[in-house]
Design a binder for this molecule. Structure first.
Ligand code: ZN
Length: 364
């Protein structure tokens, strides 16, 4: 859709809907438009990384429509689970967006972590398509990868690396991107020798810039220690400035990547508090964000949390580490260092019965 129809007129259409709208669009194609089911409820290919729930083909004459449904609240997660960079593109009634415009406009594509699962006899999107040069990694570049390095986390809100074409202003897409908090990366390691994030031994050391000095202090409630510890939190690799809370690298302390290693809505594992739910009239001088681990990584129970807070009769039953970040009041996209003076307020926040209802209950 970004590069035009090519030599052949398009005859297939892929539509992505949320799970709750699937029956509506299914009835529209089969009853209103008289399309036939071709494959009903076949399993989506593994190249979509488990991001799709249902996957149905409809046909009328030579026209084929594929409808995929996603259970997750973020449609971007399904777009970013595509097998290559060239397929990370989508169109709404008023906009077109691509996350790798330079590569795509030059008919180049880099496979994502699941793109390798597409066999030559099964072309999916750009993979094995005649229209694209598809590469396993970024080695074909004769310069550094820059911010689009396959090994760096990308964020859908990064305006600099995405291209948005908008012809209908009714539903601004940028707001949707800004609120999404969906991040992804193509692979864990870069093998482009020109790239400063190259992971080939010897090359990386000579090119690696000094580690950025931007380090924040956060409070960690680790699973098997006697007391909470103040720990350093860096920015993600490739980030020099903090523009948004998503830029923090918290996975060293709290594993939020169990469900999907390469694409995730990062906001699922955190919640920011501007007040204490149990003491709504108590003014908080700062805001605090609490991160916890993905329960699908099956972490052990947090003995420290149990020892600290069970005396109040509240059994959080929290599993895994808990990390607390401090912000200026009402601005969670800035971070302040946690100090000893924050401990009483943070303990009041973690100990509250109100918190049990708003946060912990979801993750037991
Ligand atoms: Zn690179």
């Amino acid at each position: 859709m970004l590069l035009g129809p090519g030599d052949h007129a398009p005859r297939d259409l892929n539509i992505l809907v949320k799970q709750c709208y699937f029956s509506l669009i299914d009835a529209f194609f089969r009853i209103t438009l008289s399309y036939e089911w071709v494959d009903h409820d076949v399993a989506p290919h593994d190249a979509f990384g488990g991001a799709l729930e249902q996957f149905v083909h409809y046909r009328q004459g030579s026209t084929i429509i594929t409808v995929s449904s996603v259970s997750d609240t973020s449609l971007f997660k399904a777009v970013l689970a595509a097998p290559s960079t060239a397929d990370m593109v989508f169109m709404t009634p008023g906009k077109l967006c691509t996350f790798y415009p330079t590569l795509t406009l030059e008919n180049n594509a880099i496979l994502s972590s699941t793109g390798f699962l597409v066999e030559p006899e099964m072309s999916i999107g750009s993979v094995w398509s005649q229209c694209f040069h598809v590469y396993d990694d970024a080695r074909f570049l004769t310069s550094e990868c820059a911010p689009t390095c396959p090994s760096l986390w990308q964020n859908v809100r990064d305006d600099g690396s995405s291209l948005i074409v908008q012809w209908d202003h009714q539903y601004p897409l940028r707001n949707l991107l800004r609120k999404s908090h969906t991040i992804w990366r193509l692979t864990e390691a870069c093998v482009n020798a020109h790239c400063k994030y190259c992971s080939i031994p010897g090359i990386r050391r000579s090119h690696l810039p000094h580690r950025q000095a931007l380090i924040f202090k956060a409070l960690l409630y680790a699973m098997a220690v006697m007391s909470p510890h103040v720990v350093p939190v860096h920015l993600q690799e490739g980030r020099e400035h903090m523009e948004c809370i998503d830029d923090l690298e918290v996975n060293f302390w709290v594993n939020t990547l169990a469900r999907n290693k390469f694409v995730m809505p990062i906001s699922r594992y955190r919640k920011t508090f501007h007040g204490i739910p149990d003491y709504p009239t108590l003014p908080l001088p700062y805001a605090y964000t609490i991160y916890h681990e993905d329960p699908q990584s099956l972490p052990p129970p947090n003995a420290l949390m149990r020892d600290l807070f069970s005396r109040a009769g509240l059994d959080h039953g929290i599993k895994g580490n808990v990390l607390v970040i401090k912000h200026p009041k009402q601005d969670r996209n800035k971070v302040l260092d946690v100090t000893e003076g924050d401990l009483p307020l943070i303990h009041m926040l973690l100990d509250g019965g109100g918190l049990s209802k708003t946060l912990w209950n979801q993750f037991k």
